[in-house]
Design a protein around this ligand. Structure first.
Ligand code: ATP
Length: 225
């Protein structure tokens, strides 16, 4: 099995590309979705957050009060680090579990949709290929405005907080140009999907696992007979 890291800039079209890949049958591991799942009431990170921050960061229905939590960590960088140390390991664990399930069910690759793939860098070494979804800065602002109703200043402020998209494009294995029509993006995604299907990268891990299994069986045979 091999892993593909899908990323881009704010509103550059990551979800659009991820949905197209999913429609083509790819298995997607969505980091944002997992990040929401691990803080849902009763989940591991939710329990830790409650323990460290108290009931003041919960709503009446038990969900996280994101506004309150946001205020706290915005005012105190140490608290922000604490929150990250509570949530990040749980997100990584959930991600690993999903990947493991896909591996044992025989999938040759999985696409990891990680908006901050390059910024955090944690899982980057495990990606066989990276895909950056690109469009112009003006299009990012326009599309962000169309969806979130932000002012141009707010949109550019959010974009400035991330690594410039042009820099990500330089280091990506593949770039999807999402500055044109959705039809053009769809065609590029189909071509990319074909490349992944033809890739032999998954054999590396299969060979490694088969060798490990053979060695283990050999050792067991030697010990017991
Ligand atoms: P985020 O940073 O919030 O995760 P994203 O990178 O996942 O955003 P999308 O949600 O896929 O981006 O796209 C942002 C907006 O732009 C959406 O409203 C989407 O419908 C629109 N959009 C995406 N691609 C195109 C395109 N090629 N032409 C026109 N609109 C597009």
């Amino acid at each position: 099995m091999f892993l593909v890291g899908l990323t881009g800039g704010i509103a550059s079209g990551k979800t659009t590309v991820s949905n197209l890949l999913s429609d083509l049958g790819c298995k997607i591991v969505d980091a944002d979705k997992l990040a929401r799942e691990v803080v849902s009431p009763g989940a591991p990170a939710w329990k830790k957050i409650r323990h460290h921050f108290g009931d003041q960061v919960l709503l009446e229905n038990g969900e996280l009060n994101r506004e309150k939590l946001g205020e706290i960590i915005f005012a105190d960088p140490q608290k922000r680090r604490l929150l990250n140390s509570l949530t990040h390991p749980e997100i990584h664990k959930a991600m690993l579990w999903k990947i493991f399930n896909l591996f044992i069910t025989g999938h040759s690759f999985a696409v990891l949709d990680i908006p901050l793939l390059y910024e955090t860098g944690k899982v980057l070494p495990y990606m066989t290929y990276t895909v950056v979804v690109n469009c112009s800065e003006d299009q990012q602002v326009e599309r962000l405005d169309g969806r979130n109703k932000l002012t141009e200043e707010e949109a550019r402020g959010r974009m400035d907080a991330q690594m410039p998209l042009a820099q990500k494009v330089k280091v990506a294995t593949y770039v999807i140009d999402n500055s044109g029509s959705l039809i053009s993006t769809e065609k590029q995604v189909r071509d990319l999907h074909r490349k992944f299907q033809r890739s032999k990268a998954h054999w590396r891990l299969r060979l490694l696992m088969s060798s490990a299994l053979l060695v283990t069986l050999g050792v067991l045979f030697y010990v017991f007979y």
